[in-house]
Design a protein around this ligand. Structure first.
Ligand SMILES: CC(C)(COP(=O)(O)OP(=O)(O)OC[C@H]1O[C@@H](n2cnc3c(N)ncnc32)[C@H](O)[C@@H]1OP(=O)(O)O)[C@@H](O)C(=O)NCCC(=O)NCCS
Length: 135
């Protein structure tokens, strides 16, 4: 049985592959288009913080963040395997992100199904964020 006690949290890319990440994103599911494995891997390589959760060889969840280490951080594409959602893995991944980004303000974009989750974890909705999609 998978319990939070036998989940291992890793910092960095160890054990991750493009295929494992894309499979997790599709299964979770992330409510946005999932990039090709090549593009997903490029995003992981460029991230300042990569955290993964494992039960044995099985990938249970991932979180990554971009941070300047001083004032600003951005949380990207948190996802947990559906079979083990609700068992505290998302919270463990985020606790590690908080640790790695401490002292900064952490921003994120939520999906409709996850907005209440972030409220629960203490995030506050802001009305001064702007976005521009670049070509
Ligand atoms: C959202 C997600 C990452 C949460 O991870 P998780 O491991 O299932 O969550 P946790 O077990 O750490 O939950 C911690 C607490 O938040 C609650 N919670 C979990 N998902 C929630 C949701 N969608 N809305 C409100 N509360 C939620 C849990 O019940 C738990 O409460 P408790 O401490 O009182 O028991 C996961 O459900 C997921 O991958 N969802 C699909 C992908 C997604 O939406 N990602 C976010 C994109 S921005």
């Amino acid at each position: 049985m998978t319990t939070i006690q036998n989940i291992e949290i890793k910092l960095g890319m160890e054990g991750l592959t493009p295929g494992k990440i894309v499979t997790l994103y599709r299964r979770a599911p992330l409510l946005r288009a999932v990039d090709t494995p090549e593009r997903v891997w490029k995003k992981f390589e460029a991230s300042s913080v990569v955290i993964s959760a494992w039960y044995g060889e099985q990938l249970a969840g991932v979180a990554r963040a971009l941070t300047d280490g001083v004032s600003e951080s951005y949380l990207c594409e948190l996802a947990v395997e559906p079979d083990v959602q609700g068992s505290g893995i998302g919270k463990r991944l985020l606790d590690e992100v908080f640790e790695q980004c401490r002292g900064t303000e952490l921003l994120l974009r939520h999906s409709n199904i996850s907005s209440r989750y972030y409220v629960k974890l203490g995030f506050r909705q802001v009305d001064n964020a702007w976005t521009l999609k670049l070509k």
